[in-house]
Write a protein that binds this ligand. Sequence first.
Ligand SMILES: [Zn+2]
Length: 98
Amino acid sequence: MSKADYVRSQAGLGHNGKHTCHADGCTKPIAPAYLMCPAHWRMVPAEIQRRIWLLYRPGQEVDKRPTGQYITAMKDAIAAVAKAEGEQRQKSLPFGAR
Ligand SMILES: [Zn+2]
């Protein structure tokens, strides 16, 4: 089974509300094989998505032993989402301020 098939096979599992999106402040329950909910994953730059995908090892969410490189990529992804969300907030600030 390819890695993509594995993650797809896991996608319908584990929606027990215990594993949630890793983005700051997001509590959306997702399958353990996923790092973030689709809305936040889309905000992760493609380069970081690629790194996470490469470093992801099928089963790491079960034995809780991701590599240090994966954790670094994960932190980069979380920081990128926080930054993107911060910029969105800033854009919405000048409402009515002319
Ligand atoms: Zn999320």
